[in-house]
Design a protein around this ligand. Structure first.
Ligand code: NAP
Ligand code: MG
Length: 414
């Protein structure tokens, strides 16, 4: 059989631990035998990040900008323990954070729905895609403890008056009272920028159009009239000016509703929409959604930049505990589905951009093969623990066995 041809290379970002092991197996068993794979390879494994003083991460992000489509393996975000484990020169930042900042993107997370792994919510028939704004708010907040520790002398005299203060380049000031404390308390300031919210809105509208899904956006603008109100206004304006007609042509709708109403509606819905959320709301809701749909290991994630770059990855991490077992020569049963879908998503997007229908069809078949394997009862331990298939029809496979079972299924589809 002739291999399927590619035109433009994919930007391939390798990673760490168990997902690095899976990465190699997926590449060798599920893709390279069938596709004349062209990639520009960047090793974001922690050792190589350290060797390059993390320059490789920025190089990879720039390559993603240049070529437009990347696929990324999960990577370690170093902490104290990792500094010692890998003898690092520095506590490098999260590669995902670096790439996100470089591409100014929005992260979309979609559950992989398969028969045998049922959502906890009975009415959900289709995926709900979470779109989380990945800039600002409490993640870049400034906080104070109001109490004796405010001052060097370690004493404080109440009442303590607190303000928001804005000073422009000419030194003009506007001051607004937050609260007058008659006893100890806490205070927080946070921000966002019009530019970032506009990028977020455009990414959401473009992604929803691309996926042919309705878009919901929810915040709390009845309470936060200026802050959340600004988010709502920007979404409304960009929709009216740039997307209303395209949405109408595609038969799609956009609507805004209060976050508490959106939560209630999401639970009653049958799914099949994109739900855009502010940073904190998206952080919390996406973990709830992943679990409610079955498993974090069945969740894909794609970073979409406002100028149309795509970076695909699994939503889970490097599965450290399984890696240590693997290193000790013990058996592992690690779920590779989300990483496989990162590859298929990236190949399909590359195929769309380069007009390669054969490559697109391959991506679809790879996904179908993975889902059929699970539906047939061949699955990894994490799924076996939650499947609704009868116990006697379920076989728990090791990491590599599972990938080989998918390969058998894939060959039957090609
Ligand atoms: P994790 O790697 O997602 O794993 C947490 C637990 O979830 C695992 O121990 C495992 O449970 C289960 N799990 C996750 N993915 C699985 C899979 N594919 N198959 C089977 N089980 C799976 O998160 P973590 O342990 O918090 O983080 C480990 C490392 O990953 C950290 O260094 C972190 O910095 C990094 N991380 C990277 C990314 C990214 O690159 N996008 C995201 C998150 C975390 P059991 O052990 O109970 O089987
Ligand atoms: Mg979180």
């Amino acid at each position: 059989m002739d291999k399927i041809q590619m035109k433009t290379p994919l930007v391939e970002m390798d990673g760490d631990e168990m997902t690095r092991i899976l990465w190699k197996m997926i590449r060798e068993e599920l893709i390279a035998p069938f596709v004349d794979l062209k990639t520009e390879y960047y090793d974001l494994g922690l050792t190589h990040r350290d060797e390059t003083d993390d320059a490789v991460t920025m190089d990879a992000a720039m390559a993603a900008k240049k070529y437009g489509v990347a696929v990324k393996c999960a990577t370690i975000t170093p902490n104290r323990a990792r500094m010692d484990e890998y003898h690092l020169k520095k506590m490098y930042k999260s590669p995902n954070g670096t790439i996100r900042a470089a591409l100014d993107g929005t992260v979309f997370r979609a559950p992989i729905v398969v028969s045998g792994i049922e959502p906890y919510v009975r009415t959900w028939k289709k995926p709900i895609v979470m779109a989380r704004h990945a800039y600002g708010d409490v993640y870049k907040g400034s906080e104070l403890h109001i109490g004796p520790e405010l001052y060097e002398e370690n004493t404080v005299s109440y009442p303590v008056r607190t303000f928001l203060l804005a000073e422009d380049a000419e030194g003009r000031r506007v001051r607004q009272e937050v609260h007058t404390f008659s006893g100890p308390g806490i205070l927080q300031g946070m921000h966002n920028t019009e530019k970032s919210i506009e990028s977020f809105a455009r990414s959401c509208f473009s992604y929803a159009l691309d996926q042919k899904l309705d878009l919901w956006f929810s915040a709390k603008d009845t309470i936060s009239k200026i802050y959340d109100g600004e988010f709502r206004e920007i979404f409304d304006r960009i929709y009216e000016e740039e997307y209303k007609e395209k949405f109408a042509q595609a038969g799609l709708t956009y609507f805004y509703t209060l976050i508490d109403d959106a939560v209630a509606r999401a639970i009653r819905s049958e799914g099949g929409f994109v739900w855009a959320l502010k940073n904190y709301d998206g952080d919390v809701m996406s973990d709830m959604m992943a679990t409610a749909f079955g498993s974090l290991a069945m969740m894909t994630s794609v970073l979409v930049s406002p100028d149309g770059c795509y970076e695909y990855e699994a939503a889970h991490g490097t599965v450290q505990r399984h890696y240590y077992k693997y290193q000790r020569g013990e058996k592992t049963s690690t779920n590779s589905v989300a990483t496989i879908f990162a590859w298929s998503g990236a190949l399909k997007k590359r195929a769309e951009l380069d007009e390669l229908p054969e490559l697109y069809a391959f991506g679809e078949k790879l996904e179908k093969a993975a889902l059929q394997t699970i539906a047939d009862g061949k699955m990894t331990g994490d799924l076996a623990a939650i499947t609704t298939l009868p116990k006697e029809s379920v076989r728990v496979l090791e990491s590599k066995e599972f990938i080989l079972a998918i390969r058998d299924e894939l060959i039957s589809l090609l």
